[in-house]
Design a binder for this molecule. Structure first.
Ligand SMILES: [Zn+2]
Ligand SMILES: [Zn+2]
Length: 288
């Protein structure tokens, strides 16, 4: 059904619309063979708290951004190649319902839909796109994925030493290997985690030891030992905790009104193309 959309005018128009909403803060999205499969607002678990984010599912990439003005202006664009994505359903947990993980080698995070049906739709569409892509390219999905970060407020003390209380001065850090919230001394080491960065990244002491043990094992599954463990502060960027920020975590204050977005159901194109077209035309006509 998606194939039918490839050269459609409606598809080109929709992609141009997404581009214009991101404006200069985004990258060009129109590309030969690319189809916008669906779009909608999902709640993304960020470092500090869940936040509404606008998601666009294309047949080869997943794009999301912060909502500056609903349906008009987005920024902080992130583009994830679907070939690298693996989804994992999450069980409902208190207020966190209808969620799943979006996992890639470089970044993993949880998102939540408004209803179980929307979750089902999103996951099915994303999985279908991934499946088609991998079948066409013959590639294998990546076997290693970045850790999902434990949200800040789930840890008031260091998850490694279990002693350090976090305060304004004792800041939280995240282990890039396991995602734990740890204190500075418990995450003073850096390790080169390929897939996530070319630079050594902050890891907790436990992961640092495990990674070294893995590397030392003669038949370790890890790639050949061309990646020596790196001393703390070797990269120069290591000590600065700004490297700890989730890149899209800082809020735009205008986007905190979640309820408003919840009213917008996700839209998936394809089989409904005909009606979609008709709707567009009629709404345009009536606007004249
Ligand atoms: Zn600690
Ligand atoms: Zn760790």
């Amino acid at each position: 059904m998606v194939d039918r959309l490839v050269n459609s005018e409606a598809n080109a128009r929709r992609i141009a619309m997404v581009e214009s909403c991101f404006g200069s803060s985004g990258q060009p999205l129109a590309e030969q063979g690319r189809v916008l499969v669906g779009e909608g607002v999902l709640t993304k678990m960020c470092r500090k708290k869940p936040k509404a984010r606008q998601f666009f599912l294309f047949n080869d990439i997943l794009v999301y951004g912060n909502i500056v003005i609903n349906k008009k202006k987005y920024n902080k664009q992130h583009v994830i190649p679907l070939e690298e994505v693996k989804l994992e359903s999450l069980k409902d947990d208190g207020q966190f319902r209808n969620g799943w993980l979006i996992r890639t080698a470089s970044k993993s995070f949880a998102v939540y839909a408004a209803t179980a049906t929307e979750k089902e739709e999103w996951m099915a569409h994303i999985d279908k796109c991934i499946e088609d892509l991998l079948r066409k390219s013959g590639k294998q999905p990546p076997s290693e994925h970045a850790a999902v970060w434990v949200p800040d407020n789930e840890a008031s003390t260091c998850m490694h030493c279990k002693k350090t209380q976090f305060t304004v001065l004792n800041r939280r850090h995240h282990c890039r290997k396991c995602g734990s919230v740890v204190c500075g001394p418990c995450s003073s080491k850096r390790y080169l985690l390929r897939g996530q960065s070319d630079k050594p990244l902050r890891v907790c002491l436990q992961c640092f030891d495990e990674l070294n043990r893995e590397r030392a094992r003669p038949q370790a599954q890890a790639p050949p030992a061309t990646t020596p463990p790196v001393k703390a502060d070797a990269s120069g960027s290591g000590g600065d905790s700004s490297a700890d920020e989730d890149s899209d975590d800082e809020g735009v204050t205008a986007e905190e009104n979640h309820d408003e977005y919840k009213l917008n159901c996700p839209k998936f194109y394809g089989d409904s193309e005909k009606t979609e077209e008709t709707n567009n035309h009629s709404s345009k006509d009536s606007a004249k």
